[in-house]
Design a protein around this ligand. Structure first.
Ligand code: F6P
Length: 325
């Protein structure tokens, strides 16, 4: 590993925002300055980098943000960064501002841009920020805890009205490619059925039989947690109502899951991972992704991190199935 200590950091947030990103930004900025480095905030992710939307940050730039949801830097999904031309332009802009290390807070997609820049000579450090928990190299991603608590509380509310009206409810939670939010809420909300993109072999007739059987035994509600990756909640509700004769409603929780004041856990993990990113940059480590593994903060080569695969833990899935019956 080349040990060239970083002098100037650029920091951006990219992809879907996540509560706790502000805590991570604050930690990167404050720890980098303490470690003797200069920091540029980059607005609107890679799009802002390519438009030179940069400003120098000091420790006051990150005052009063730890409790705020979203990201003070703004975020975007940037097509231009997928092109070689865009990547070269990004490197030229980093060089123009003297940025030797780029800290990227986001998910796998955002790390791919960072990896491209690292191959062109910019030190790239990723911090896992996504509500989806779908980054393979780490046990935790910033934003997940806030999102599942927001979803859990919303699902409890839907359950109240579902019981009063003796209805079946399909509640769709976020996770285009990953079912972690659905799995966690499915268990925490005591859902009768949980549908995940990773386990896309569910049988709708079995759900119908389950609803009818539960009703015979006096259950007043039936909660189905459906991950966004499976989707089609509204048409599913229509089919289930027709097959069971029980009123069925679909609720899509949507973007409310990405907002809100971060939980203590997201502020804590954001702060630790952000400070750690600044420390390894200052120590001259190159091209890493920060991770929490076995309760400890650590760092992994960015290329290796991107090659890792993640799947739903089998035992957790089994428990979710066993407890829902
Ligand atoms: O942040 C992750 C996530 O919420 C996914 O679950 C979802 O599929 C995606 O972002 C949608 O985000 P957008 O509509 O902003 O692209």
């Amino acid at each position: 590993m080349a040990e060239k200590k970083s002098k100037t950091i650029g920091i951006l947030t990219s992809g879907g925002d996540a509560p706790g990103m502000n805590a991570a930004i604050r930690a990167v900025v404050r720890k980098s300055i303490l470690d003797g480095m200069k920091v540029y905030g980059i607005q609107r992710g890679y799009t802002g980098l390519l438009n030179e939307e940069l400003f120098e940050m000091d420790k006051h730039s990150v005052s009063d943000i730890i409790q705020r949801g979203g990201t003070i830097l703004g975020t975007a999904r940037c097509e231009e960064m997928r092109t070689e031309e865009g990547q070269k332009k990004a490197v030229d802009i980093c060089n123009k501002f003297g940025i030797d290390t780029l800290v990227v807070i986001g998910g796998d997609g955002s790390y791919r841009g960072a990896l491209a820049l690292s191959r062109l000579g910019i030190n790239a450090i990723g911090i896992p920020g996504t509500i989806d928990l779908d980054i393979a190299c780490t046990d935790y991603t910033i934003g997940f805890d806030t999102a599942i608590n927001t979803a859990m509380q919303a699902i409890d509310k839907v359950r109240d009205t579902s019981s009063s009206h003796e209805r079946c409810s399909i509640i769709e939670v976020m996770g285009r490619n990953a079912g972690y939010i659905a799995l966690w809420c499915g268990i925490a909300n005591g859902a009768e059925d949980i549908l995940l993109p990773e386990k896309y072999d569910y049988d709708e007739q079995k759900i119908v039989d389950n609803i009818i059987n539960n009703r015979k035994h006096g259950k007043k509600h039936h909660i189905i947690i459906n991950a966004e990756g499976i989707g089609h909640s509204t048409s599913m509700a229509r089919r289930i109502e027709a097959a069971t004769g029980i009123e069925t409603r679909a609720t899509i929780l949507g973007y409310m899951q990405r907002g809100g004041s971060p939980t203590c856990k997201d502020r804590f993990y954001g702060s630790i991972m952000g400070a750690y990113a600044a420390d390894i940059a200052s120590a001259g480590k190159r091209d890493r992704v920060i991770a929490f593994r076995g309760g400890e903060v650590t760092d992994i080569d960015i290329e290796e991190a991107l090659a890792m695969q993640k799947s739903i833990p089998e035992y957790q899935w089994e428990v979710s199935q066993a407890l829902s019956r």
